[in-house]
Design a protein around this ligand. Sequence first.
Ligand SMILES: [Zn+2]
Ligand SMILES: [Zn+2]
Length: 364
Amino acid sequence: MATVVEALVATAAGVDPEVVPVELPELGPDDVRVGIAAAGVCHSDLSMVNGTIRPEFPVVLGHEASGFVLECGAAVSDLEQGAPVVLNWATPCRHCWFCLNGEPWLCRRVEGVVSIPRGRLADGGPLNVSLGVGAFAEQTVLPRASVVSLPEGLPMDVAALMGCAVLTGLGAVRNTARVRPGESVAVFGLGGIGLSAIVGARLAGADPVVAVDVNEAKSAAALELGATDFVLYEEKVARRLRELTGGRGVDHAFECVGKSATIRAAWSSTRRGGACVVVGVGPVSDEVRLNAMEIYHYARNLTSSVFGSCDPDRDIPVLTSLVASGRIDLAPLISHRTDLGGVNDAFARMRAGEGLRTVVEFAA
Ligand SMILES: [Zn+2]
Ligand SMILES: [Zn+2]
């Protein structure tokens, strides 16, 4: 008998997703069945609903999640039933040129994959799961390679966020930019990823750490997580950041929005020879304009950070030990808790630029 669970399924761009029963696929020898404990609502989920990212429909949304192993395939010998895990939506192949070159976040197998067919609708119709995960569901089936073990006792809500926002934001600071103590940092956009970048900047010993957003209501969380200053995003934001850094501009700017205007502002906020890292994902239609003279004159580095240059198998254990030892506190990232039916409200808050991370919690 196939397992049927409740899941949040999007049927088309521009249409609110709905909670419907879905049938899990049969467990393959290398698969695990995971009962989801908590799942964060990520901007990429909204991007699949609003058409910025194009999955195959119908699709189970959700990719940032923690849970407990319910069942292991016959060939899975290193995980026990009941083990806590975090799900990995960018599981590298370990064989392609990029993986062998030590850049598994650029893995060929993961590149451009938005959804894959897996499971079925309860009426037998085809079904896809977003980013190979489909975490907005009571349970999901995925390859053993797509789950990372967690230590016992870690709060599962915080663990969920590690699967996307925290890996991406903290990784951009730690792995991509390699921020050093005393360097100045500005973070544009205070969603889950931007706030995680602030956590990473503080951990790296950056000073000042300037949080930038259109919504002043987010300043309290940013300051609690380690920002030294909050600057309202407006026309003169680059000038304000230069004022905070001896007239030079910041050493590192992290753009966590994915819009040409904020990329432009982040670039203009960095010092001569500084670095602007684009973490946000924007549409192909949104072009950034830089003139030839400024590219030369400012000697800046403009790059992006894909998945925080992270390998979850390497980086999740680092994050869990930082949380367990109290070196980082991720709890302030969570502003709302809900069930599957509340994800559409979380999307509304995201569109309005309100709230921090919403976590979908599942009954044990
Ligand atoms: Zn995400
Ligand atoms: Zn690969």
